[in-house]
Ligand binder design. Structure first.
Ligand SMILES: NC(=O)c1ccc[n+]([C@@H]2O[C@H](COP(=O)([O-])OP(=O)(O)OC[C@H]3O[C@@H](n4cnc5c(N)ncnc54)[C@H](OP(=O)(O)O)[C@@H]3O)[C@@H](O)[C@H]2O)c1
Length: 286
Protein backbone atom coordinates (compact mmCIF):
# COMPACT_ATOMS: atom_id res chain seq x y z
CA UNK A 1 0.00 0.00 0.00
CA UNK A 2 1.71 3.19 -1.16
CA UNK A 3 0.61 6.58 0.16
CA UNK A 4 1.40 9.95 -1.45
CA UNK A 5 1.15 13.45 0.00
CA UNK A 6 1.23 16.58 -2.18
CA UNK A 7 2.36 19.94 -0.78
CA UNK A 8 4.91 18.10 1.37
CA UNK A 9 7.24 21.11 1.36
CA UNK A 10 4.50 23.18 3.03
CA UNK A 11 3.58 23.54 6.69
CA UNK A 12 0.63 21.14 6.66
CA UNK A 13 1.94 18.55 4.19
CA UNK A 14 5.33 18.27 5.87
CA UNK A 15 3.69 17.60 9.22
CA UNK A 16 1.45 14.97 7.61
CA UNK A 17 4.56 13.17 6.32
CA UNK A 18 6.38 13.44 9.67
CA UNK A 19 3.28 11.97 11.34
CA UNK A 20 3.03 9.13 8.81
CA UNK A 21 6.70 8.29 9.36
CA UNK A 22 5.90 7.40 12.99
CA UNK A 23 3.69 4.47 11.98
CA UNK A 24 4.19 3.71 8.26
CA UNK A 25 7.44 2.37 6.74
CA UNK A 26 9.19 5.09 4.72
CA UNK A 27 9.18 2.74 1.71
CA UNK A 28 5.37 3.00 1.66
CA UNK A 29 5.36 6.80 1.63
CA UNK A 30 5.83 9.09 -1.37
CA UNK A 31 5.56 12.84 -1.75
CA UNK A 32 4.92 14.96 -4.82
CA UNK A 33 6.66 18.34 -4.74
CA UNK A 34 7.54 21.07 -7.21
CA UNK A 35 11.19 21.12 -6.22
CA UNK A 36 12.49 17.75 -4.97
CA UNK A 37 15.59 19.41 -3.44
CA UNK A 38 13.25 21.16 -0.98
CA UNK A 39 12.17 17.73 0.31
CA UNK A 40 15.64 16.42 1.26
CA UNK A 41 14.41 15.92 4.85
CA UNK A 42 12.17 13.19 3.49
CA UNK A 43 14.44 11.66 0.84
CA UNK A 44 17.09 11.25 3.57
CA UNK A 45 14.56 9.28 5.61
CA UNK A 46 13.78 6.93 2.69
CA UNK A 47 10.60 8.58 1.44
CA UNK A 48 10.05 8.36 -2.33
CA UNK A 49 10.30 12.01 -3.43
CA UNK A 50 8.66 12.64 -6.81
CA UNK A 51 8.48 15.80 -8.87
CA UNK A 52 4.98 17.10 -9.48
CA UNK A 53 3.75 20.57 -10.33
CA UNK A 54 0.01 21.23 -10.25
CA UNK A 55 0.49 23.37 -13.36
CA UNK A 56 2.06 20.45 -15.24
CA UNK A 57 -0.51 17.62 -15.59
CA UNK A 58 2.02 15.16 -17.08
CA UNK A 59 4.31 15.59 -14.05
CA UNK A 60 1.39 14.82 -11.72
CA UNK A 61 0.45 11.72 -13.67
CA UNK A 62 4.03 10.45 -13.38
CA UNK A 63 4.15 11.37 -9.69
CA UNK A 64 0.90 9.54 -8.88
CA UNK A 65 1.81 6.33 -10.76
CA UNK A 66 1.47 3.23 -8.56
CA UNK A 67 -0.09 5.20 -5.68
CA UNK A 68 -2.94 3.59 -3.75
CA UNK A 69 -3.94 6.43 -1.44
CA UNK A 70 -3.41 10.10 -2.22
CA UNK A 71 -3.68 13.25 -0.10
CA UNK A 72 -4.17 16.36 -2.22
CA UNK A 73 -3.23 19.41 -0.17
CA UNK A 74 -4.94 22.44 -1.67
CA UNK A 75 -2.64 24.96 -3.36
CA UNK A 76 -2.67 28.72 -2.87
CA UNK A 77 -3.37 31.54 -5.32
CA UNK A 78 -6.50 32.93 -6.95
CA UNK A 79 -9.72 30.97 -7.37
CA UNK A 80 -9.38 30.19 -11.10
CA UNK A 81 -5.75 29.06 -10.69
CA UNK A 82 -6.55 26.77 -7.78
CA UNK A 83 -9.59 25.24 -9.51
CA UNK A 84 -7.45 24.51 -12.57
CA UNK A 85 -4.56 23.12 -10.50
CA UNK A 86 -6.78 20.91 -8.35
CA UNK A 87 -8.57 19.71 -11.49
CA UNK A 88 -5.19 18.72 -12.93
CA UNK A 89 -4.41 16.74 -9.78
CA UNK A 90 -7.78 14.96 -9.77
CA UNK A 91 -7.50 14.05 -13.45
CA UNK A 92 -3.94 12.81 -12.95
CA UNK A 93 -5.14 10.65 -10.03
CA UNK A 94 -7.86 9.17 -12.23
CA UNK A 95 -5.45 8.43 -15.06
CA UNK A 96 -2.92 6.92 -12.65
CA UNK A 97 -5.55 4.59 -11.16
CA UNK A 98 -5.27 5.95 -7.60
CA UNK A 99 -7.62 4.07 -5.26
CA UNK A 100 -8.47 6.77 -2.68
CA UNK A 101 -8.26 10.56 -2.57
CA UNK A 102 -8.23 12.66 0.58
CA UNK A 103 -8.50 16.40 -0.01
CA UNK A 104 -8.06 19.40 2.30
CA UNK A 105 -11.31 21.32 1.79
CA UNK A 106 -13.13 24.15 3.59
CA UNK A 107 -15.93 24.21 6.16
CA UNK A 108 -19.36 23.39 4.77
CA UNK A 109 -17.82 23.64 1.28
CA UNK A 110 -20.90 22.68 -0.74
CA UNK A 111 -23.19 25.33 0.78
CA UNK A 112 -20.82 27.91 2.16
CA UNK A 113 -20.83 31.58 1.21
CA UNK A 114 -17.19 31.84 2.26
CA UNK A 115 -15.34 33.55 -0.60
CA UNK A 116 -12.81 30.69 -0.61
CA UNK A 117 -15.45 27.96 -0.82
CA UNK A 118 -15.86 27.87 -4.60
CA UNK A 119 -12.42 26.31 -5.06
CA UNK A 120 -13.22 23.58 -2.58
CA UNK A 121 -16.76 22.98 -3.88
CA UNK A 122 -15.44 22.59 -7.43
CA UNK A 123 -12.63 20.31 -6.30
CA UNK A 124 -14.90 18.14 -4.18
CA UNK A 125 -17.25 17.83 -7.17
CA UNK A 126 -14.38 16.90 -9.50
CA UNK A 127 -13.23 14.22 -7.07
CA UNK A 128 -16.76 12.81 -6.67
CA UNK A 129 -17.17 12.74 -10.46
CA UNK A 130 -14.20 10.36 -10.82
CA UNK A 131 -15.97 7.68 -8.76
CA UNK A 132 -12.76 7.21 -6.74
CA UNK A 133 -13.46 6.74 -3.01
CA UNK A 134 -12.72 9.99 -1.20
CA UNK A 135 -12.48 11.78 2.09
CA UNK A 136 -13.02 15.51 2.33
CA UNK A 137 -11.07 17.07 5.17
CA UNK A 138 -12.93 20.33 5.62
CA UNK A 139 -10.39 22.22 7.68
CA UNK A 140 -11.62 25.21 9.66
CA UNK A 141 -9.18 28.06 10.40
CA UNK A 142 -5.62 27.47 11.47
CA UNK A 143 -4.80 29.38 14.68
CA UNK A 144 -1.53 30.11 12.85
CA UNK A 145 -3.55 32.50 10.63
CA UNK A 146 -3.65 34.75 13.69
CA UNK A 147 0.12 34.66 14.25
CA UNK A 148 0.53 38.37 13.45
CA UNK A 149 -2.24 39.36 15.87
CA UNK A 150 -0.87 36.99 18.51
CA UNK A 151 2.65 38.42 18.23
CA UNK A 152 1.15 41.91 18.36
CA UNK A 153 -0.75 41.01 21.54
CA UNK A 154 2.44 39.56 23.02
CA UNK A 155 4.08 42.94 22.33
CA UNK A 156 1.25 44.77 24.11
CA UNK A 157 -1.15 45.59 21.23
CA UNK A 158 -4.92 45.02 21.47
CA UNK A 159 -6.58 42.28 19.41
CA UNK A 160 -8.15 44.18 16.50
CA UNK A 161 -11.16 42.71 14.70
CA UNK A 162 -14.08 43.69 12.51
CA UNK A 163 -15.61 40.21 12.83
CA UNK A 164 -18.00 41.26 15.63
CA UNK A 165 -19.49 38.28 17.43
CA UNK A 166 -18.92 35.88 14.53
CA UNK A 167 -17.47 32.53 15.49
CA UNK A 168 -14.66 30.46 14.04
CA UNK A 169 -13.31 26.99 14.81
CA UNK A 170 -9.60 27.76 15.22
CA UNK A 171 -7.36 24.74 15.76
CA UNK A 172 -3.64 24.07 15.58
CA UNK A 173 -2.37 23.33 12.08
CA UNK A 174 -0.51 20.27 13.33
CA UNK A 175 -3.83 18.82 14.55
CA UNK A 176 -5.30 19.14 11.05
CA UNK A 177 -2.15 17.48 9.70
CA UNK A 178 -2.35 14.60 12.15
CA UNK A 179 -6.02 14.08 11.30
CA UNK A 180 -5.12 14.00 7.59
CA UNK A 181 -2.40 11.42 8.27
CA UNK A 182 -4.92 9.26 10.15
CA UNK A 183 -7.31 9.34 7.21
CA UNK A 184 -4.62 8.64 4.63
CA UNK A 185 -3.12 5.69 6.51
CA UNK A 186 -6.18 4.27 8.26
CA UNK A 187 -9.13 2.12 7.19
CA UNK A 188 -12.80 3.05 6.97
CA UNK A 189 -12.62 6.58 5.54
CA UNK A 190 -14.05 5.86 2.08
CA UNK A 191 -16.61 8.45 0.96
CA UNK A 192 -16.50 10.51 4.15
CA UNK A 193 -16.80 14.21 4.82
CA UNK A 194 -15.13 15.48 7.99
CA UNK A 195 -15.75 18.96 9.37
CA UNK A 196 -12.51 19.58 11.23
CA UNK A 197 -11.96 22.38 13.71
CA UNK A 198 -11.83 23.38 17.33
CA UNK A 199 -14.58 24.72 19.60
CA UNK A 200 -16.26 27.78 18.06
CA UNK A 201 -14.98 31.06 19.45
CA UNK A 202 -15.37 34.79 18.89
CA UNK A 203 -12.44 37.20 18.79
CA UNK A 204 -13.48 38.32 22.28
CA UNK A 205 -12.98 34.72 23.40
CA UNK A 206 -9.65 34.59 21.57
CA UNK A 207 -8.61 37.70 23.55
CA UNK A 208 -9.48 35.68 26.67
CA UNK A 209 -7.34 32.77 25.45
CA UNK A 210 -4.48 35.20 24.77
CA UNK A 211 -4.88 36.71 28.23
CA UNK A 212 -4.59 33.21 29.71
CA UNK A 213 -1.63 32.22 27.49
CA UNK A 214 0.31 35.47 27.97
CA UNK A 215 -0.51 35.88 31.65
CA UNK A 216 -1.71 39.47 31.21
CA UNK A 217 -4.82 41.24 29.99
CA UNK A 218 -5.22 41.44 26.18
CA UNK A 219 -7.81 44.03 25.18
CA UNK A 220 -10.21 43.49 22.28
CA UNK A 221 -10.48 46.42 19.82
CA UNK A 222 -13.68 46.02 17.77
CA UNK A 223 -13.62 48.17 14.62
CA UNK A 224 -15.39 48.41 11.26
CA UNK A 225 -13.92 46.89 8.06
CA UNK A 226 -12.38 50.14 6.78
CA UNK A 227 -10.68 50.80 10.10
CA UNK A 228 -9.52 47.17 10.21
CA UNK A 229 -7.96 47.46 6.72
CA UNK A 230 -6.30 50.75 7.75
CA UNK A 231 -4.83 49.23 10.90
CA UNK A 232 -3.61 46.16 8.98
CA UNK A 233 -1.94 48.49 6.45
CA UNK A 234 -0.27 50.44 9.26
CA UNK A 235 1.21 47.23 10.72
CA UNK A 236 2.69 46.21 7.37
CA UNK A 237 0.11 43.97 5.69
CA UNK A 238 0.85 44.42 1.95
CA UNK A 239 -1.71 46.41 -0.05
CA UNK A 240 -2.86 43.45 -2.26
CA UNK A 241 -3.56 41.38 0.86
CA UNK A 242 -5.77 44.01 2.52
CA UNK A 243 -9.02 43.03 0.71
CA UNK A 244 -8.33 39.39 1.59
CA UNK A 245 -7.69 39.89 5.30
CA UNK A 246 -10.74 42.15 5.46
CA UNK A 247 -12.88 39.60 3.58
CA UNK A 248 -11.82 37.01 6.15
CA UNK A 249 -13.11 39.27 8.94
CA UNK A 250 -16.41 39.66 7.03
CA UNK A 251 -16.57 35.90 6.54
CA UNK A 252 -16.13 35.29 10.25
CA UNK A 253 -18.63 38.03 11.13
CA UNK A 254 -21.27 36.30 8.98
CA UNK A 255 -20.49 32.96 10.64
CA UNK A 256 -19.38 31.17 7.47
CA UNK A 257 -16.73 29.43 9.61
CA UNK A 258 -19.08 28.62 12.49
CA UNK A 259 -19.23 24.90 11.72
CA UNK A 260 -19.03 22.76 14.83
CA UNK A 261 -18.32 19.04 14.95
CA UNK A 262 -16.39 16.48 16.95
CA UNK A 263 -14.68 15.10 13.84
CA UNK A 264 -11.21 16.44 14.68
CA UNK A 265 -11.06 14.67 18.05
CA UNK A 266 -12.56 11.57 16.48
CA UNK A 267 -9.81 11.36 13.84
CA UNK A 268 -7.06 12.30 16.30
CA UNK A 269 -8.24 9.82 18.93
CA UNK A 270 -7.47 12.51 21.53
CA UNK A 271 -8.69 16.00 22.42
CA UNK A 272 -7.62 18.76 20.06
CA UNK A 273 -4.62 20.78 21.26
CA UNK A 274 -5.97 23.42 23.70
CA UNK A 275 -5.95 26.80 21.97
CA UNK A 276 -4.01 28.45 24.83
CA UNK A 277 -1.27 25.86 24.32
CA UNK A 278 -1.17 26.45 20.54
CA UNK A 279 -1.10 30.22 21.13
CA UNK A 280 1.77 29.87 23.64
CA UNK A 281 3.73 27.79 21.12
CA UNK A 282 3.24 30.55 18.53
CA UNK A 283 4.46 33.28 20.87
CA UNK A 284 7.50 31.17 21.81
CA UNK A 285 8.25 30.44 18.13
CA UNK A 286 8.64 34.16 17.36
N1 LIG B 1 -7.68 26.46 6.77
C1 LIG B 1 -6.81 27.45 6.88
O1 LIG B 1 -6.84 28.24 7.83
C2 LIG B 1 -5.74 27.61 5.84
C3 LIG B 1 -4.75 28.59 6.03
C4 LIG B 1 -3.75 28.70 5.07
C5 LIG B 1 -3.76 27.87 3.96
N2 LIG B 1 -4.74 26.94 3.81
C6 LIG B 1 -4.78 26.02 2.65
O2 LIG B 1 -4.14 24.82 3.08
C7 LIG B 1 -3.01 24.54 2.24
C8 LIG B 1 -1.89 23.97 3.08
O3 LIG B 1 -1.55 24.90 4.10
P1 LIG B 1 -0.03 25.19 4.44
O4 LIG B 1 -0.02 25.98 5.68
O5 LIG B 1 0.73 23.93 4.38
O6 LIG B 1 0.42 26.10 3.21
P2 LIG B 1 1.91 26.31 2.67
O7 LIG B 1 2.89 26.13 3.76
O8 LIG B 1 1.88 27.59 1.90
O9 LIG B 1 2.11 25.08 1.65
C9 LIG B 1 1.51 25.08 0.38
C10 LIG B 1 2.07 23.89 -0.37
O10 LIG B 1 1.47 23.85 -1.66
C11 LIG B 1 2.50 23.65 -2.62
N3 LIG B 1 2.14 24.18 -3.93
C12 LIG B 1 1.66 25.40 -4.22
N4 LIG B 1 1.48 25.50 -5.55
C13 LIG B 1 1.90 24.33 -6.09
C14 LIG B 1 1.99 23.84 -7.42
N5 LIG B 1 1.64 24.58 -8.48
N6 LIG B 1 2.46 22.58 -7.60
C15 LIG B 1 2.85 21.81 -6.57
N7 LIG B 1 2.78 22.22 -5.28
C16 LIG B 1 2.31 23.48 -5.06
C17 LIG B 1 3.70 24.41 -2.04
O11 LIG B 1 4.88 23.97 -2.69
P3 LIG B 1 6.23 24.87 -2.75
O12 LIG B 1 6.98 24.55 -1.47
O13 LIG B 1 6.90 24.39 -3.96
O14 LIG B 1 5.79 26.30 -2.82
C18 LIG B 1 3.60 23.98 -0.59
O15 LIG B 1 4.17 22.70 -0.40
C19 LIG B 1 -2.67 25.88 1.58
O16 LIG B 1 -2.01 25.67 0.34
C20 LIG B 1 -4.04 26.50 1.42
O17 LIG B 1 -4.71 25.98 0.30
C21 LIG B 1 -5.72 26.78 4.73
Amino acid sequence: MKLLVTGATGHLGSHVVRTLLKSVPAADIAVSVRQPEKASEFSERGVDVRQGDFDDPASLERAFAGIDRLLIVSTDGDTATRIRQHGNAVEAARKAGVGFIAYTSAPNAQDSELFLAEVHRETENAIRATGIPYSFLRNNWYIENEAGAIHGAAAGAPLVTSAGDGKVGWAARHDYAEAAAAVLAGPGHENTVYELGGPLRTYAELAGVLTEALGREVQLQPVDDDTYAGIMKSVGVPEPALPIVTAIQQAIRTNTLAVESGDLEKLLGRPATPLAQAVSALTEAK
